[in-house]
Design a protein around this ligand. Structure first.
Ligand code: NI
Length: 186
Protein backbone atom coordinates (compact mmCIF):
# COMPACT_ATOMS: atom_id res chain seq x y z
CA UNK A 1 0.00 0.00 0.00
CA UNK A 2 1.11 3.53 -0.54
CA UNK A 3 -0.06 7.07 -0.02
CA UNK A 4 -0.80 8.70 -3.36
CA UNK A 5 -0.18 12.29 -4.40
CA UNK A 6 -3.40 14.32 -4.53
CA UNK A 7 -3.94 16.63 -7.52
CA UNK A 8 -4.74 20.23 -6.62
CA UNK A 9 -7.17 22.61 -8.32
CA UNK A 10 -5.56 23.95 -11.46
CA UNK A 11 -4.37 20.54 -12.65
CA UNK A 12 -6.35 19.55 -15.78
CA UNK A 13 -6.97 15.99 -14.52
CA UNK A 14 -9.58 17.45 -12.16
CA UNK A 15 -11.58 18.91 -15.05
CA UNK A 16 -11.75 15.78 -17.21
CA UNK A 17 -14.70 13.37 -17.15
CA UNK A 18 -13.61 9.95 -15.87
CA UNK A 19 -14.19 6.68 -17.76
CA UNK A 20 -16.57 3.92 -16.66
CA UNK A 21 -15.05 0.67 -15.38
CA UNK A 22 -16.19 -2.70 -16.77
CA UNK A 23 -18.00 -4.30 -13.79
CA UNK A 24 -17.12 -7.82 -15.00
CA UNK A 25 -13.42 -7.03 -14.66
CA UNK A 26 -13.42 -5.40 -11.20
CA UNK A 27 -12.78 -8.41 -8.96
CA UNK A 28 -9.96 -9.83 -11.08
CA UNK A 29 -8.11 -6.59 -11.81
CA UNK A 30 -5.07 -6.38 -9.52
CA UNK A 31 -4.21 -2.85 -10.67
CA UNK A 32 -7.69 -1.60 -9.78
CA UNK A 33 -7.67 -3.45 -6.44
CA UNK A 34 -4.30 -1.89 -5.63
CA UNK A 35 -5.64 1.55 -6.56
CA UNK A 36 -8.58 1.04 -4.18
CA UNK A 37 -6.26 0.01 -1.32
CA UNK A 38 -3.99 2.99 -2.00
CA UNK A 39 -6.94 5.40 -2.12
CA UNK A 40 -8.20 4.07 1.24
CA UNK A 41 -4.77 4.69 2.75
CA UNK A 42 -4.48 8.12 1.10
CA UNK A 43 -7.89 9.19 2.41
CA UNK A 44 -7.10 8.03 5.93
CA UNK A 45 -3.74 9.81 5.87
CA UNK A 46 -5.36 13.05 4.69
CA UNK A 47 -8.14 12.80 7.27
CA UNK A 48 -10.82 13.38 4.62
CA UNK A 49 -14.34 12.00 4.15
CA UNK A 50 -14.18 11.31 0.44
CA UNK A 51 -11.80 10.79 -2.46
CA UNK A 52 -12.39 10.30 -6.19
CA UNK A 53 -9.94 8.53 -8.52
CA UNK A 54 -9.29 11.65 -10.67
CA UNK A 55 -7.91 13.31 -7.51
CA UNK A 56 -5.08 10.75 -7.61
CA UNK A 57 -4.58 11.20 -11.37
CA UNK A 58 -6.68 8.17 -12.37
CA UNK A 59 -9.49 8.94 -14.81
CA UNK A 60 -11.74 6.12 -13.57
CA UNK A 61 -15.25 6.21 -12.15
CA UNK A 62 -14.31 5.17 -8.62
CA UNK A 63 -15.03 7.03 -5.38
CA UNK A 64 -14.64 6.60 -1.64
CA UNK A 65 -17.16 8.32 0.62
CA UNK A 66 -18.06 8.25 4.30
CA UNK A 67 -19.87 10.30 6.93
CA UNK A 68 -18.43 10.16 10.45
CA UNK A 69 -21.07 9.81 13.20
CA UNK A 70 -22.08 13.12 14.70
CA UNK A 71 -20.00 15.13 12.28
CA UNK A 72 -22.91 16.95 10.74
CA UNK A 73 -26.54 16.72 9.72
CA UNK A 74 -27.97 13.27 8.86
CA UNK A 75 -26.87 9.77 9.78
CA UNK A 76 -23.28 8.59 9.77
CA UNK A 77 -22.09 6.16 7.12
CA UNK A 78 -19.06 3.86 7.07
CA UNK A 79 -16.54 4.03 4.25
CA UNK A 80 -18.22 3.15 0.95
CA UNK A 81 -16.23 2.15 -2.13
CA UNK A 82 -18.35 2.80 -5.20
CA UNK A 83 -17.51 2.03 -8.82
CA UNK A 84 -19.53 3.65 -11.63
CA UNK A 85 -21.72 5.42 -9.05
CA UNK A 86 -25.04 6.86 -10.21
CA UNK A 87 -27.06 9.25 -8.06
CA UNK A 88 -30.79 9.77 -8.15
CA UNK A 89 -31.57 12.96 -6.23
CA UNK A 90 -34.83 12.69 -4.25
CA UNK A 91 -34.99 16.36 -3.24
CA UNK A 92 -34.07 19.68 -4.79
CA UNK A 93 -30.33 20.46 -4.74
CA UNK A 94 -30.85 23.66 -2.79
CA UNK A 95 -29.62 22.96 0.74
CA UNK A 96 -26.51 24.97 1.61
CA UNK A 97 -23.74 23.34 3.59
CA UNK A 98 -20.00 23.78 4.03
CA UNK A 99 -17.63 21.71 1.91
CA UNK A 100 -13.92 21.37 1.64
CA UNK A 101 -11.88 19.33 -0.80
CA UNK A 102 -8.49 17.63 -0.54
CA UNK A 103 -7.72 19.14 -3.96
CA UNK A 104 -8.46 22.66 -2.65
CA UNK A 105 -6.60 22.70 0.67
CA UNK A 106 -7.33 25.11 3.54
CA UNK A 107 -10.52 26.53 1.99
CA UNK A 108 -14.21 25.84 2.31
CA UNK A 109 -17.38 27.10 0.77
CA UNK A 110 -21.16 26.81 1.13
CA UNK A 111 -22.52 24.62 -1.66
CA UNK A 112 -26.16 23.87 -2.53
CA UNK A 113 -26.88 20.11 -2.59
CA UNK A 114 -29.79 17.74 -2.36
CA UNK A 115 -30.32 16.54 1.25
CA UNK A 116 -31.37 13.06 0.08
CA UNK A 117 -30.65 10.65 -2.75
CA UNK A 118 -30.50 7.04 -3.87
CA UNK A 119 -27.22 5.65 -5.14
CA UNK A 120 -26.34 2.73 -7.37
CA UNK A 121 -22.99 1.32 -8.34
CA UNK A 122 -20.67 -1.64 -7.86
CA UNK A 123 -18.51 -2.64 -4.92
CA UNK A 124 -14.89 -3.79 -5.15
CA UNK A 125 -15.99 -7.39 -5.74
CA UNK A 126 -17.98 -6.24 -8.78
CA UNK A 127 -21.33 -6.78 -7.02
CA UNK A 128 -24.13 -4.25 -7.60
CA UNK A 129 -24.84 -2.03 -4.61
CA UNK A 130 -27.67 0.36 -3.98
CA UNK A 131 -28.65 2.49 -1.03
CA UNK A 132 -30.07 5.72 0.30
CA UNK A 133 -28.18 8.65 1.72
CA UNK A 134 -29.28 11.70 3.67
CA UNK A 135 -27.70 14.85 5.00
CA UNK A 136 -23.92 14.94 5.13
CA UNK A 137 -23.43 11.53 3.46
CA UNK A 138 -25.65 12.63 0.55
CA UNK A 139 -23.52 15.78 0.30
CA UNK A 140 -20.25 13.81 0.25
CA UNK A 141 -21.58 11.50 -2.48
CA UNK A 142 -22.66 14.44 -4.65
CA UNK A 143 -19.26 16.09 -4.15
CA UNK A 144 -17.34 12.91 -5.09
CA UNK A 145 -19.49 12.02 -8.12
CA UNK A 146 -18.97 15.59 -9.33
CA UNK A 147 -15.22 14.85 -9.38
CA UNK A 148 -15.95 12.05 -11.90
CA UNK A 149 -17.56 14.63 -14.17
CA UNK A 150 -14.74 17.16 -13.84
CA UNK A 151 -16.73 19.40 -11.49
CA UNK A 152 -15.18 21.01 -8.39
CA UNK A 153 -17.33 22.40 -5.58
CA UNK A 154 -16.63 26.12 -6.29
CA UNK A 155 -18.25 25.53 -9.70
CA UNK A 156 -21.51 24.72 -7.81
CA UNK A 157 -21.41 27.75 -5.53
CA UNK A 158 -23.92 30.57 -5.88
CA UNK A 159 -22.65 33.04 -3.29
CA UNK A 160 -18.92 33.65 -2.97
CA UNK A 161 -19.37 35.54 0.27
CA UNK A 162 -19.50 32.05 1.79
CA UNK A 163 -16.09 30.99 0.53
CA UNK A 164 -12.99 31.38 2.63
CA UNK A 165 -10.06 30.00 4.51
CA UNK A 166 -10.80 27.44 7.24
CA UNK A 167 -8.65 29.38 9.68
CA UNK A 168 -10.65 32.60 9.24
CA UNK A 169 -14.05 30.88 9.22
CA UNK A 170 -13.19 28.81 12.30
CA UNK A 171 -12.19 31.96 14.16
CA UNK A 172 -15.45 33.70 13.22
CA UNK A 173 -17.45 30.68 14.37
CA UNK A 174 -15.59 30.54 17.67
CA UNK A 175 -16.28 34.26 18.23
CA UNK A 176 -19.95 33.79 17.38
CA UNK A 177 -20.22 30.90 19.86
CA UNK A 178 -18.52 32.96 22.56
CA UNK A 179 -20.91 35.85 21.90
CA UNK A 180 -23.85 33.50 22.41
CA UNK A 181 -22.44 32.57 25.81
CA UNK A 182 -21.50 29.02 24.87
CA UNK A 183 -18.25 27.36 25.78
CA UNK A 184 -15.98 25.40 23.49
CA UNK A 185 -15.83 22.45 25.88
CA UNK A 186 -19.58 21.78 25.87
NI1 NI B 1 -13.18 16.99 -3.45
Amino acid sequence: MSILKIARMGHPVLLQPAAAIDPAGIAGDPVLQQLIDDMIETLADAGGVGLAAPQVYQGKRLILAMAPEGRSEGEGAPLHILINPELELTAEPDQLGWEGCLSIPDLRGAVPRSPSLRFHGFDRRGQPVTGEANGFFARVLQHEVDHLDGVLYPMRMKDFRYFGFDEELNRLEAEARAAEGHHDDE
